[in-house]
Design a protein around this ligand. Structure first.
Ligand SMILES: Cc1cc2nc3c(=O)[nH]c(=O)nc-3n(C[C@H](O)[C@H](O)[C@H](O)COP(=O)(O)OP(=O)(O)OC[C@H]3O[C@@H](n4cnc5c(N)ncnc54)[C@H](O)[C@@H]3O)c2cc1C
Length: 476
């Protein structure tokens, strides 16, 4: 497939594309283990430019991989067949904030934190914020159905999408959904785009529901001797009818890593839980916090620190916020990889899954951290090992297979947050073979030439190691 660079330049202008090798290399990977080179990076500024690029690509059957910040953890934006990477970050205007309708209309490249900074001035916020909110774009969050630390109370991206403009594979533009809080007119097509990982269309504008900022937020941390006690506490808090606005877990691996990386001096106990309540009535928040504190204590939680103060809450949360980045500091010679990183399990299975992860890791000579938004059943892990050794990649492959088999056996899901991309596809396809024909039929109907982010999700290769280059120097 030959790309006519002159044509691309005609559409977006000379400063808005690149086929320079250094730029291509930067766009050849994301936060995953994968790497594959695109042929050209294109940075449109308008809907019309997106339409023209996609229309041209469709005629020539050139793959187009939409990309926001490239913070996806499973190879979502790695252009497995080369072609065009469509960087949407320049389409980053907040088009309208409508407090009277409690909605916001944005271009896809708006960064989550920037949106929230703008909304906060109106006493409003957009809750789904993933931990990557400093860089993640609204387009990427929609395509991955991202959620974050407050999903336990506020839900995921899908709960906030009202409508969107989408450029389809033939370059045509469709308006999906509505500006109203609910609509009941046929297929909820805007929802179909949520979680589609760039395979069905390019989101070029989105209308999202927003919500008032609560007047009070109180955050607490509690220390536990064992991961089991911490996991059971989380399950009990949820079944008690408490309404946490955050309920996070960090295991000992995570605690040691953030202590090393950030010198935080956290007690190196079995696990830490962070719990938060929010609301407009302080007595109601006090009530929730007291109730959750009691449940922590019942399970042996100790050293409980609690604060309403914004700076103090930031301090208490700082270890959890930087945990992902800190993990590679856990031990000399090991690297933290984004593999099998965001399972979801039923509330009653949190403690046993957390313990199982450590057991599988130990048996297979790797280190795994267990953490995440466990209040909503999201268990984050990272597989940490010597990425220079082939034998350790084999260990990691075994871990992934065992782990997903276990998670599926307890009624859990392959991905609760980050999506499927490439590296999670084999396990997900194995577990959900029932829905693959339906997904393939939808893809074929909307993208008959298979140009939009090909070989992802249901079409991803069965061997994630061989699917692309690994972005590590594997020596022996
Ligand atoms: C440190 C770190 C922490 C993270 N924490 C969380 C977390 O707490 N919760 C969570 O859910 N995720 C988390 N993630 C994963 C990731 O940040 C999210 O999935 C995020 O939504 C991706 O946004 P992005 O702009 O980087 O999208 P990208 O990675 O660029 O793209 C993600 C997918 O969306 C598609 N896409 C991008 N823009 C468009 C568009 N306009 N139209 C159509 N398709 C598009 C891409 O093709 C790709 O399939 C984390 C990642 C990192 C590195």
């Amino acid at each position: 497939m030959k790309i006519d660079i002159k044509k691309i330049e005609e559409i977006v202008g000379e400063n808005n594309y690149s086929d320079n090798i250094a730029d291509l290399y930067v766009y050849s990977s994301d936060a995953s283990v994968h790497q594959a080179m695109p042929a050209v990076i294109v940075k449109p500024k308008t809907i019309e430019e997106v339409q023209k690029i996609v229309c041209y690509a469709n005629k020539k059957k050139i793959p187009v991989t939409p990309r926001g910040a490239g913070s996806g953890t499973s190879g979502h934006t790695v252009p497995i067949d080369g072609g065009i990477v469509l960087d949407l970050k320049q389409m980053n205007r907040i088009l309208e904030i409508r407090p009277e309708d409690m909605l916001v209309r944005v271009e896809p490249g708006v960064v989550d934190d920037d949106l929230n900074r703008a909304l906060n001035q109106y006493g409003l916020f957009y809750p789904p914020a993933p931990a990557s909110s400093r860089i993640a774009t609204i387009g990427g969050e929609i395509a991955a159905n991202a959620s974050g630390v407050r999903s336990v109370k506020y839900g995921a991206t899908r709960d906030y999408v009202l409508g969107m403009k989408v450029v389809l594979a033939d370059g045509s533009l469709v308006n999906l959904g509505s500006n109203t809080r609910v609509h009941s007119a046929g297929y909820q097509l805007e929802r179909l785009i949520v979680g589609s990982e760039g395979t069905l269309g390019i989101v070029v504008e989105a209308t999202m529901r927003i919500t008032p900022l609560p007047k009070f937020r109180c955050l607490a941390v509690a220390n536990f001797n064992s991961l089991k006690d911490a996991g059971n506490t989380i399950s009990d808090i949820i079944t008690s009818g408490s309404q946490p606005s955050m309920l996070e877990l960090m295991d000992k691996v995570g605690i040691i890593a953030v202590n090393k990386a950030m010198n935080l001096g956290l007690p190196e106990v079995g696990a830490i839980i962070l719990f938060e309540a929010d609301g407009n009535v302080k007595e109601a928040v006090d009530y929730e916090m007291k109730k959750m504190k009691g449940i922590c204590e019942k399970h042996g939680g100790s050293g409980i620190e609690m604060s309403y103060d914004a700076a103090e809450r930031k301090r208490l949360f700082s270890g959890r916020k930087k945990l992902f980045a800190a993990l590679s500091r856990y031990k000399e010679g090991i690297i933290c990889t984004d593999l099998a990183d965001d399972m979801g399990v039923p509330n009653s299975k949190i403690a046993q899954t957390a313990e199982k992860i450590h057991e599988i890791a130990e048996r297979n000579n790797v280190i795994m951290a267990v953490y995440g938004h466990c209040g909503s059943g999201v268990i984050h892990t990272k597989i940490m090992f010597d990425t220079t050794k082939k034998s350790q990649w084999k260990d990691a492959e075994r871990v992934i297979e065992e782990l997903y088999d276990y998670v599926h056996s307890v009624g859990g899901v392959t991905s609760a947050e980050h999506g499927i991309g490439l590296s999670k596809a084999p396990a997900w396809k194995k577990a959900r073979s029932d829905i693959l024909p339906m997904m393939k039929a939808i893809k074929k109907a909307l993208d008959p030439n298979n140009i939009l982010n090909p070989h992802k999700l249901m079409d991803a290769p069965d061997d994630w190691v061989k699917a692309t280059n690994l972005r590590y120097n594997v020596r022996s």
